[in-house]
Design a protein around this ligand. Structure first.
Ligand code: PMP
Ligand code: GLU
Length: 397
């Protein structure tokens, strides 16, 4: 007999993790699957960062950490905010967590009460709406148009603000679309927030360093709303450290204190040697970051070129992150001998089973006409995967 809480019953599993698992399962059976589902750099963590993690083990940095994270890491993050973003966050305003996902959960649970409305621009990253549900908040989803690179407009945001609006969740560069909000677009959103004094901005900047249009712009730069902005970031994507699980926030002091309290009960604190590795990632040579960015740009150009050769797809050119988000509904209603494609979910299953490529259905990101393809993999795999995809799609009539 199962007696699951209502809270857990209403929670959907992570679609990105689920597709990753399905792909891994096929691989384990010896099938040559190309995994373009989960979003993680295919690069190894740079050696100097790994050395710091190993040294921490040898130095017996193995006791409980402070709930907020080690002070040297909070200082390194504070310095990073100043150096890269010209933002002033004291170490006390910084909380280190087990990945940016954990940071987001802390912030949402600290800010959102039952019935609070959270504006979530779609396509959104799968986890946002689930965390809001966990906090018993209400997701107010607004969809960006493909013609606007899937970005939402200030008018769309303003139209859904009510007295219950507590926050808006921004993500730039975006997962899943790769869209990047410009400084003027962010300024226009900041103006709206300024006019609504009970509204907070949770801005997910985990893809900050994977940006093909120049300098990263944070909505945290606008002084008039700075005390209502919480920045989410981490080392997973920039330094190829997804498995180390270190994320962080820069936030108003009272939000940081709330997250530390929550973390003290839920987590104790983030893993010690991973924190020491993160200090070196942030303070050390940043060449690995720029090198990886170059590789992602080359791969973006490659996959966009190959996607253009597939009939029926419409793909905005991403300006950051490492995803493309083609519109695939041209194939809905088409079939081969054994399967009819009625949704992006059907299409992803078809591509997995017939072309042996793992992708993620747009449904999970609030945009059912699209699928997400991660191109954080080698050029050869991108070429092979797109050729498989082209062949499989051409078999749908
Ligand atoms: N935000 C976004 C937009 C992401 O794509 C991810 C993916 N991992 C995260 C947060 C979480 O990052 P982390 O691996 O540090 O938990
Ligand atoms: N953020 C990555 C993705 O969207 C990793 C998976 C996850 O954390 O959900 O695929």
């Amino acid at each position: 007999m199962e007696h699951l809480s209502e809270r857990l019953k209403s929670l959907s599993p992570s679609a990105t993790m689920a597709m990753n698992q399905k792909t891994r399962d096929l691989k384990a059976k010896g099938i040559d699957v190309i995994n373009l589902s989960v979003g993680e750099p295919d690069f190894n963590t740079p050696d100097h960062i790994k050395e710091a993690g190993k040294k921490a083990i040898d130095d017996n940095v193995s006791f409980y950490p402070p709930a907020a994270g080690f002070q040297d890491l909070r200082q390194a993050i504070s310095d990073k905010f100043k150096r890269e973003n010209n933002l002033d966050y004291s170490p006390e305003q910084i909380v280190v967590s087990v990945g940016a996902k954990n940071s987001l959960a802390n912030v949402i649970l600290s800010l959102i009460d039952k019935g609070d409305e959270v504006i979530v621009p779609a396509p959104y990253w799968v986890t946002y709406v689930e965390l809001v549900k966990l906090a018993e908040g209400i997701n107010i989803v607004i969809n960006g148009a493909l013609e606007n690179d899937f970005k939402v407009t200030p008018e769309q945001i303003e139209a859904v603000i009510t007295p219950k609006t507590k926050a808006i969740l921004l993500c730039s560069p975006s997962n899943p679309t790769g869209a990047v909000y410009s400084k003027s677009e962010l300024a226009a959103i900041a103006k709206i927030v300024e006019k609504n004094p009970n509204m907070y901005v949770i801005t997910d900047e985990i893809y900050e360093h994977i940006n093909f249009v120049g300098k990263h712009e944070s909505i945290g730069q606008f002084e008039s709303i700075k005390d209502r902005v919480i920045i989410i970031n981490g080392v997973s994507k920039a330094y190829a450290m997804t498995g180390w699980r270190i994320g962080y926030i820069g936030a108003p002091l009272w939000v940081a204190k709330a997250c530390i309290k929550l973390q003290g009960q839920l987590l104790t604190g983030p893993t010690t040697n991973a924190q020491k590795a993160a200090v070196v990632a942030l303070n050390g040579d940043q060449k690995c970051v720029t090198d990886n960015n170059k590789a992602f740009l080359r791969r973006r150009d490659l996959i966009i070129k190959l996607l253009k050769e597939i009939p029926g797809l419409e793909t905005p050119v991403p300006e950051g992150a490492f995803y493309v988000f083609p519109k695939v509904d041209y194939y809905f209603g088409k079939a081969n001998d054994s399967i009819v494609i009625n949704s992006s979910n059907d299409l992803c299953i078809y591509l997995l089973e017939n072309a042996h490529i793992g992708t993620v259905p747009g449904e999970a990101f609030g945009e059912p006409s699209c699928i997400r393809i991660s191109y954080a993999t080698s050029d050869d795999k991108i070429i092979e995967a797109m050729s498989r995809m082209k062949r499989a799609l051409s078999n749908l009539k």
